[in-house]
Write a protein that binds this ligand. Structure first.
Ligand code: PLP
Length: 365
């Protein structure tokens, strides 16, 4: 089976974990500090922070931005659920706007229309590994004094006008979940230039603690362990090689699929790079996606649908007043996308197998 994702773990990672195990310091300690500095250095920000998931990172970012009850946060209906749930966890209201059909990222023109006096933050996602329209979003945020949050969970290493994902907003969030481009099983990170945010997040990830047994408010246990940080530090050293392999595979998939009728292959805007967390095609000829997925699996080609539904259709979001039909582009895209294996473990011969299976499957779908 050519799986849709596969973590790549070398001797560097296992040695680093063993070293932490032998050190006796297993929880948040020097390896976490090393990872935080490495993230800041890699992304080109002043500060890096480690947390125990991407979801925790987004939650902590919203807390640092001062998002709370009565505030509105504008975001996309086409992402993983963890982009939006932390908005609700802070007691704020997510305000969704539709996406751009070619990049699948939030449409800045619609963001502009959705601003109200209650808008406190915008969360834009660098979906599949391609940065959102950050200059346009920055202009809107500056005009209305709104905090910009980058969900860069899928975009480590991607560039926008020469700047790295993680440095494109006021605060950025990464996931180190097992399937992500840089991973440690479960984990997360934040990058920012804002020292006040750093202070707020350090307290929030540790029960709201500001000095030994002094708690300034509600907080969580969102700490990463040194065991996990040790893996992520080694992974981050390899990220550019991982990205190059993903980009090479994506180019080969493009080559193999570009003349196939009634599909759309990924497009990359001129001023940015795509790190292909997912290589996602769209079936635009009304083909039966479920049948194609079954066919691919029968040929040992893994695939995935990211994401099958708009976030506004899930009950806890829909009850805010959203209905099917509210976001036609996101809905159309959600019902037609299909992601194919692109990770660094995919070989040239795997690419041949994948493209041949897609073409054969589409002829029957
Ligand atoms: C993975 C992911 C998250 C959540 O990260 P976890 O580490 O799984 O909590 C959030 N947003 C996006 C876009 C993601 O891909």
């Amino acid at each position: 089976m050519i799986t849709i994702a596969a973590p790549i773990i070398g001797k560097e990672e296992t040695d680093a974990v063993n070293e932490v195990l032998r050190s006796g310091m297993l929880a948040q300690g020097p390896k976490v500090a090393e990872l935080e500095q490495a993230f800041a250095d890699y992304c080109g920000t002043k500060y890096g922070l480690a947390l125990n998931s991407g979801t925790a990172a987004i939650h902590a970012a919203l807390h640092a931005a001062g998002v709370g009850a009565g505030d509105e946060v504008i975001t996309t209906p086409f992402s993983f659920i963890a982009t939006i749930n932390p908005v609700l966890m802070q007691g704020a209201t997510p305000v969704l706007v539709d996406i751009d059909e070619s990049t699948y990222n939030i449409d800045p023109a619609l963001v502009k229309n959705a601003i109200t006096p209650k808008t406190k933050a915008i969360i834009a996602v660098d979906l599949y590994g391609q940065p959102a329209d950050w200059d346009e979003l920055r202009a809107i945020a500056d005009e209305h004094n709104i905090v910009l949050i980058e969900d860069a969970c899928q975009a480590i290493g991607a560039e926008y006008k020469g700047r790295k994902a993680g440095s494109l907003a006021d605060i950025a969030c990464f996931s180190l979940y097992a399937t992500k481009n840089v991973m440690c099983g479960e984990g997360g990170a934040i990058t920012t230039d804002n020292e006040e945010y750093v202070t707020a997040i350090k307290s929030f990830r540790q029960h709201g603690m500001v000095a030994p047994y002094e708690y300034e408010g509600l907080g969580f246990n969102y700490r990463l362990t040194d065991l996990q940080a040790a893996i992520a530090v080694e992974q981050l050293k390899k990220v550019d090689a991982f990205t190059a392999a993903r980009q090479k595979n994506a180019a080969a998939l493009n080559q193999g699929l570009k003349d196939t009728p009634d599909i759309v292959i990924p497009t990359v805007a001129d001023d940015r790079t795509h790190v292909y967390h997912q290589y996602t095609i769209r079936l635009t000829g009304g083909q039966d996606r479920a049948a194609l997925i079954d066919f691919l699996r029968s040929k040992d080609v893994g695939c995935g649908v990211y994401y099958p539904k708009g976030l506004h259709t899930y009950p806890h979001i829909a009850k805010l007043g959203y209905n099917q039909g509210d976001f036609p582009i996101a809905e159309q895209v959600a019902s037609t996308v299909l992601s194919l294996p692109v990770h660094p473990g995919v070989t040239e011969s795997d690419v041949q197998t994948i493209t041949a299976a897609v073409i054969e499957g589409l002829n029957n779908a």
